[in-house]
Structure formats: structure tokens, C-alpha cells
Design a protein around this ligand. Structure first.
Ligand code: SAH
Ligand code: SF4
Length: 387
């Protein structure tokens, strides 16, 4: 210990354990450490995730002695909300404080037949894609399992109260908020398992999507540990261009990425992988890029249809120096893919009046001047019926 350094006094008090950090097996182990049977953990898990409880005194079917034990040693603590905004189209964006001047965002996107929550996995992102405002901020830190699941826990129960329903509101989760989920694997997997757990949110594997810029080894592990739907952020049909747009490509180039996508098909809940392709004016949206993309997909598919292409209109932000492709360029590009037999969709942009569209999530509030400006603009506003 360095001279003059403060020596902490020994103390018996420890901070309470936040139960949002546990998937069900984790909660079973925790309850066992308190001398409780596994079914108590299941009851507790249901109170937390199915009923949105944050107060042990509510949990009347748990023995009073257990409730008392829990209230001295544990807590159920969500994230602090900095702002909440609703778009004209019903999209709702929350900015959550994760401490040390960092914030992350979650976005709820209501549609006729589903409600999707877009969830963040990191404060900032280390991958540094050129077209992504999160990437331009750099990396602050990984979120914990509790911070990932707290976004769903809060949004689901807020929306139920708000809509006056006891039915499930969020039917789909996409890990497409801030951060690269597969670079926060250890925290991600228990959060995904909680989403899928019948005692938790009970979402099917098809309705939980991990989006990745291509962390190849972790994708193989995801297939073994928790094979949810996979979306891969492709954005370029050749290595030179992808190295420039998605720097992770230098580590895991396209041939490796495509092979890993193919092998994920053995685990995927659907018989295809989704590729996301952000349309950048004059950069990756020309007919020759479409042709290279067709060749790339064909060279890995053994003659079978094995992927879908989702074209995303670029959501511009000032520092990128990039522009959104024009409508005609997107249509021409999509048509070339369709003519080659590749299922192709063009993503509708949602919530862009509140900067809630893909790649516009910029929740890092380290730059406090900008944060103050942004927060002044983003006052909590009244919410009306979301769907
Ligand atoms: N890190 C993961 C998930 C978060 S990004 C990933 O890269 O897949 C979610 C999606 O938004 C990705 O497909 C990403 O490429 C896309 N995206 C990022 N910035 C964008 C922007 N400015 N406009 C449109 N899409 C963007
Ligand atoms: Fe990170 Fe995804 Fe943004 Fe790339 S697109 S910087 S991987 S969040």
C-alpha cells in the first residue's frame, strides 16, 4: 500500500445484493445460500419479473422470515430514469443513468401485432463503426446483467401500468441499442435467459434477437449457451470496405464471419440469419456493391436460401460525414437482391423525431455540456396510449 493511502476500516456491512442480476439458476443458488429451497427462488423470480415487484413486503406468499431476511440483505433496484420521450409514431425512448456520467437508452416500438424493446448492452461501444453515433463516443463500460434486464423489467411494467393491462406488452426484444452485446457476453447470457424463462418474461427464442457486428468466437458460444435469433451487421460486401466501416472486420474478416453465420444456422430458432446493411450514399449502395453482396451470399449458401437482407436507411448525425442513400438508390439496390432470389426488406425508420432510430442512440453523458443541452430538449413528456 502506498504511503499515506487511506486504509479502509473493517466493516461487517455489505451492500445489498440486487436480485435483478440473477437468472433463475442464479437466484436458486442465492436462495440456497440463505438456506431456502429452490421453489422459493421461483416464487421470488415470478414476483420480480412477472409482477414487477420491487418491494419484498408485497410478496405475501413468501414466509415473513424470508421477506425479512431479504429486506436486510437484498434489493430489487432498477435504473434511474433521466428522460422519457414519446415520438409522434408512439415510439418511446428512455435515457437511463448508469452512473459516473454515463447513460444508456432503450426504445419501445409499438406495432399492430407486436411491441418491441430495443435494449442496450454497454455504455458506449469499442467497435467504433463509422456510421454509428454510439461508436463515435468510444467505450465506457459493460452493463451488468441487472442493468440489461432492468431495461425490460422497467419498460414492461411501466407500459402495463400505463396501458392499464395485466397482459404482456413487450413481445420482442432486440439487442440493438447501445453497445456490442457479444463483447459483454458474461452479463448478456443470464439476461437473455431471464427473457426466455417461463417464470420470467417467457419470450420465445424467435422473439429475442442479438445483433452483432461480428464477434465470431462469441457467436459460436451463443449457439451453445442460448441460441436466440441472430442479426449480423454486415454493411459492406468486401473486406476493404468493411474494414473501413466496421473496424472489427480486420480481426474477423468476411470469410470467417460468413462461415460462423452458416454454422449458427444449426442453432438458430429460424432457418435463416438476418444481415443488416446500412445504406450510405455513394459508399456501399451502388449496383456493384449489390452484385458483390449477391456473390458473397451465394458463395456461402450451398445453393440454399439461408439469409435475409434488411436494408437500413442511414440515420445521419453530424460527426459521421456520411449521408443517407436516396430512395431510388435503396429501391434499385433492393430490387437487384430480390431479382437474385434474396429475401430483402427495407427497414421503416421509427422515432426519428426523438433521435430514437438505429445508430442515433448516444446516451453517454460524459460531455456534460452536450448532455445538459440534450436533456433540456428531452424533457419528460406526457405519454398517451402507445398502441
Ligand atoms: N452492436 C450491435 C448492436 C447495436 S447497433 C451491432 O452493431 O449489430 C444496432 C444496429 O443499428 C446495427 O445493425 C447497426 O449497424 C445499426 N446502426 C448503427 N448506426 C446506424 C445509423 N447511424 N443508421 C442506421 N443504422 C445504424
Ligand atoms: Fe458498436 Fe454496433 Fe455501433 Fe458498431 S454499430 S459501433 S458495433 S453499437
Amino acid at each position: 500500500m502506498a504511503p499515506g493511502q487511506h486504509v479502509p476500516m473493517s466493516t461487517t456491512s455489505t451492500s445489498p445484493t440486487n436480485l435483478l442480476n440473477f437468472d433463475l439458476p442464479g437466484l436458486v443458488a442465492y436462495c440456497q445460500s440463505l438456506g431456502e429451497k429452490p421453489f422459493r427462488a421461483t416464487q421470488l423470480f415470478r414476483w420480480i419479473h412477472q409482477r414487477g415487484a420491487s418491494d419484498f413486503t408485497q410478496m405475501t406468499d413468501l414466509a415473513k422470515s424470508l421477506r425479512e431476511k431479504l429486506s436486510t440483505q437484498a434489493c430489487i433496484e432498477g435504473l434511474k430514469i433521466l428522460t422519457q420521450q414519446e415520438s409522434r409514431d408512439g415510439t418511446i425512448k428512455w435515457l437511463f443513468d448508469v452512473g459516473d456520467g454515463n447513460a444508456v437508452e432503450s426504445v419501445f416500438i409499438p406495432e399492430d401485432d407486436r411491441g418491441t424493446l430495443c435494449v442496450s448492452s454497454q455504455a458506449g461501444c469499442a467497435v467504433g463503426c463509422r456510421f454509428c453515433s454510439t461508436g463515435h463516443q468510444g467505450f465506457s463500460r459493460n452493463l451488468t446483467t441487472g442493468e440489461i434486464i432492468a431495461q425490460l423489467w422497467f419498460a414492461e411494467h411501466f407500459l402495463r401500468r400505463h396501458l392499464g393491462t395485466s397482459e404482456r406488452v413487450i413481445t420482442n426484444v432486440v439487442m440493438m441499442g447501445m453497445g456490442e452485446p457479444l463483447q459483454n457476453y458474461a452479463a448478456l447470457v443470464p439476461a437473455l435467459k431471464t427473457m426466455l424463462d417461463d417464470h420470467g418474461y417467457g419470450l420465445s427464442r424467435r422473439r429475442v434477437t442479438v445483433s452483432t457486428s461480428g464477434v465470431v468466437p462469441m457467436r459460436e458460444r451463443l449457439g451453445q449457451d442460448c441460441p436466440v435469433a441472430l442479426a449480423v451487421s454486415l454493411h459492406a460486401p468486401n473486406d476493404a470496405l468493411r474494414n473501413d466501416l466496421v473496424p472489427l472486420n480486420k480481426k474477423y474478416p468476411l470469410a470467417e464471419l460468413m462461415a460462423a453465420c452458416q454454422s449458427y444456422l444449426a442453432f438458430a430458432p429460424r432457418d435463416f440469419i438476418t444481415f443488416e446493411y446500412c445504406m450510405l450514399d455513394g459508399v456501399n449502395d451502388q449496383p456493384e456493391h449489390a452484385q458483390q453482396l449477391i456473390d458473397l451470399v451465394r458463395s456461402h449458401g450451398q445453393g440454399k436460401a439461408w439469409c435475409k437482407l434488411n436494408l437500413i436507411p442511414f440515420n445521419p448525425f453530424p460527426q459521421s460525414g456520411l449521408q443517407r442513400s436516396g430512395h431510388a438508390a435503396v429501391q434499385r439496390f433492393a430490387q437487384l437482391l430480390v431479382d437474385a432470389g434474396i429475401v430483402t426488406t427495407v427497414r421503416k425508420t421509427r422515432g426519428d423525431d426523438i433521435d430514437a432510430a438505429c445508430g442515433q442512440l448516444a446516451g453517454d453523458v460524459k460531455d456534460r455540456t452536450r448532455a445538459a443541452e440534450r436533456m433540456a430538449k428531452q424533457r419528460t413528456i406526457s405519454i398517451h396510449r402507445a398502441r
